[in-house]
Design a protein around this ligand. Structure first.
Ligand SMILES: C[S@@+](CC[C@H](N)C(=O)[O-])C[C@H]1O[C@@H](n2cnc3c(N)ncnc32)[C@H](O)[C@@H]1O
Length: 368
């Protein structure tokens, strides 16, 4: 039977930070946390497609040993900053105060994005970004300390952007917040405010992250693309949507193309993740589905928790079949984030449920 329940309130949901991100699980955190919290004898958790790292941040604060992984370079920066940076707050505060005091100076970002018909930031803030980014490089900090400053820079930029939450097009008339002066805040450093827990931050393909490692829980939130056939597939790839953060973090002044000034390495046929592949293989099977099937099979974890959003190319029935090949289904949860209402679902009503409207699902299996 389906039962409608209000969002859970009996577990502490730790605060997290992050940039605007399509597919961020900010609103799903209460549900994800509650499920993982309720499992017996869980110590180690993999967040295999960590994105903003919000799930990793929350689980880390609850005392789990977290391994945080994503393909994106900036996700690794967030992971290092929140889970691993370990100097006293005053050390970082002084550096950030110094960056905030720098005079703006035009460089690659201002030259590249200031000349586009529509821009993700006001020119003055692009100049400030240039000054700050160059200074961060010239400080030659170790990667953990540098990650705190880069996170601070991205959090600051995220508050003054002129976007709809991604960098594949920009607003035609300046957003109100874009007029604010770029200011770098001090990130919430979890590794210094809590009793230290082990953590691992990885940047790479999720298959490498699971290779040779064992976890109590593996949480997977892969990209599922869009089932909107009018959307060019290259546009719905994460690397293409968030190219700007990649350039901020790498500071590699890449060649860019198109109206949004996208990095050349995010062109249609490069840097595709098989999870974002919309095509079918020679036998008519979806490449993305088959990749997920292989991932679930190759993951050495007692439990696998999988996120799924309606509107992706893969259907929830397909997902369920794939999961059942590898374990026992313990729980399926459907959440309507807008109404903040969830339902526990059973096998039968899952198969008959209507896909209308935007729903988020969580599938929990215990591996065989
Ligand atoms: C739906 S988002 C995850 C959002 C994340 N749970 C959050 O709350 O921010 C999917 C993520 O998968 C990453 N990704 C895509 N292909 C990947 C792969 N092969 N291995 C690891 N990460 C991948 C993307 O960079 C993106 O950040």
């Amino acid at each position: 039977m389906e039962s409608e329940l209000k969002a859970p309130s009996d577990v502490w949901i730790p605060p997290t930070e992050g940039v605007k991100y399509i597919g961020s699980k900010l609103r799903m955190l209460p549900y994800i946390v509650r499920i993982i919290h309720s499992l017996p004898h869980v110590r180690t958790v993999l967040d295999g497609f960590a994105g903003t790292t919000r799930v990793s941040q929350a689980l880390y604060q609850l005392g789990f040993e977290v391994t945080c992984n994503d393909l994106a370079a900036w996700s690794e920066v967030f992971g290092r900053c929140y889970l691993q940076a370990d100097r006293p707050e005053a050390y970082y505060r002084e550096l950030i105060d110094h960056l905030n005091s720098l005079p703006p100076r035009a460089g690659w970002f201002a030259d590249t994005y200031g000349s586009l018909p529509k821009s993700p930031f006001q020119y003055a803030n692009l100049c400030k970004l240039d000054a700050v980014r160059e200074e961060i490089s010239s400080l030659w900090l170790d990667p953990l300390d540098e990650s705190v400053l880069l996170t601070s820079l991205m959090l600051g930029l995220n508050r003054v952007d002129n976007t709809l939450g991604h960098f594949s097009s920009y607003l035609s008339s300046w957003s109100k917040r874009s007029y604010r002066e770029l200011f770098l805040p001090l990130p919430r450093l979890l590794n210094i405010s809590l009793p230290r827990k082990k953590s691992e931050v990885l940047r790479g393909d999720v298959f490498q992250a699971v290779e040779g490692r064992r976890f109590d829980v593996a949480y997977f939130d892969p990209p599922y693309g869009s089932n909107n056939e009018k959307m060019p597939p290259s546009r719905v790839r994460y690397a293409a949507y968030y190219h700007f953060w990649t350039s901020v973090v790498l500071n590699d002044r890449p060649q860019v193309f198109g109206r949004a000034g996208r990095r050349a390495d995010t062109r249609d046929l490069v840097s595709a993740s098989p999870f974002e592949e919309y095509r079918t293989d020679g036998e008519g099977r979806h490449v993305a589905m088959e990749t997920l099937r292989e991932l679930v099979a190759r993951t050495d974890a007692r439990y696998i928790l999988l996120s799924y959003s309606s509107g992706g190319r893969v259907t929830k029935q397909e997902l369920l079949e794939l999961l059942l090949e590898n374990g026992h289904l313990l729980q399926v949860m459907e959440v309507n984030c807008r109404k903040n209402v969830m339902a526990h679902m059973t096998w039968t009503n899952l198969w008959s449920a209507d896909d209308g409207g935007h729903q988020e699902y969580l599938f929990l299996i215990e591996k065989q």
